[in-house]
Design a protein around this ligand. Structure first.
Ligand SMILES: O=C(O)CCC(=O)C(=O)O
Length: 277
């Protein structure tokens, strides 16, 4: 999909108004095959790295030091071009996770409607990160999907999760390879469907240089932060050694045993976030 400058401007304006954008065909068929195979391998090679929140939410968040296959989702030219339009040359990579949502009879996602990075309603204006979500499987009418309340990053920013009215949500459906860019201040959830197939996604978070790191869950290995590629935003991997972390869900709780596994720590963070809502 080659965009003209006018298309790009219209897309950026759409993002500004609604707080999200859908990018069809962000991943090619060969890329999808590689990424799905890589996810299968990551499941069998690193079973201990996956957090099983429940059957409908399984996630792993520190894959970059172990495999290179998912680098292409951080460096996707279509996504980076739009992000550069939104954030500029200060664009930074913050976190990458893989998610599996299995068929489930549960009707509500464990997280429910939420904003990312902090669940503290009074700090919602501090939320600035933008996330790219890639569908690795087809998401049709009856599949678990990402659902969002348009405008809750600006015009409707005062809306609380418990005020979301049924029918005001926008469900993101699309074939494998579709990407979504969303402002993490927008209220969103995983919408569970009774007859869903397994859904697989890659979630990448971006923010800006000169600010605390949004998340310290994903290590940025040397192959990325030492990369010299003039086509990439100059500060993309600059936060590899930033120790100042935004006070929120991206920060490892300092009161926990540092020997605790990342999976157990993440579960604890999720529990604490839920208590804050
Ligand atoms: O994609 C989903 O199912 C929900 C993802 C989500 O809640 C998030 O990215 O914070």
């Amino acid at each position: 999909m080659k965009q003209t400058p006018t298309d790009r401007q219209a897309l950026l304006q759409e993002f500004d108004e609604r707080g999200f954008l859908i990018i069809p065909g962000a991943l090619s068929t060969p890329q999808l095959a590689t990424l799905n195979r890589a996810l299968d391998r990551y499941e069998s090679d690193f079973p201990q790295d996956w957090v099983r929140f429940d059957e409908a939410l399984i996630q792993t968040i520190n894959v970059l030091p172990r495999v290179t296959d998912f680098d292409c989702t951080i460096e996707n030219p279509m996504v980076l071009d739009l992000l550069r339009g939104l954030i500029g040359d200060d664009l930074t990579f913050e976190e990458l996770s893989l998610m599996i949502r299995n068929p489930s009879q549960k009707s509500e996602d464990i997280k429910g409607w939420h904003r990312d990075t902090t669940r503290d309603y009074n700090r919602r204006m501090e939320i600035k990160a933008i996330s790219a979500v890639y569908y690795l499987t087809d998401v049709g009418e009856s599949d678990h999907c990402f659902s969002i309340i348009p405008g809750t990053h600006n015009r409707l920013v005062d809306m609380k999760p418990e005020e979301v009215a049924a029918g005001t949500e926008f469900d993101i459906k699309g074939p494998a390879g579709t990407a979504l860019l969303f402002h993490t201040r927008c209220l969103h959830t995983g919408r569970l469907k009774a007859n869903s197939r397994q859904r697989r996604t890659v979630h990448v978070y971006f923010s800006r240089a000169g600010e605390p790191r949004v998340s310290e869950w994903s290590d940025i290995p040397a192959r990325l932060h030492e990369k010299k590629d003039p086509s990439l935003p100059p500060k993309l991997y600059s936060k590899w050694n930033v120790k100042d972390v935004f006070e929120g869900t991206g920060k490892k709780p300092r009161d926990l045993d540092p020997n605790m596994s990342t999976a157990d720590m993440l579960k604890e963070v999720q529990l604490r976030a839920k208590r804050r809502m």
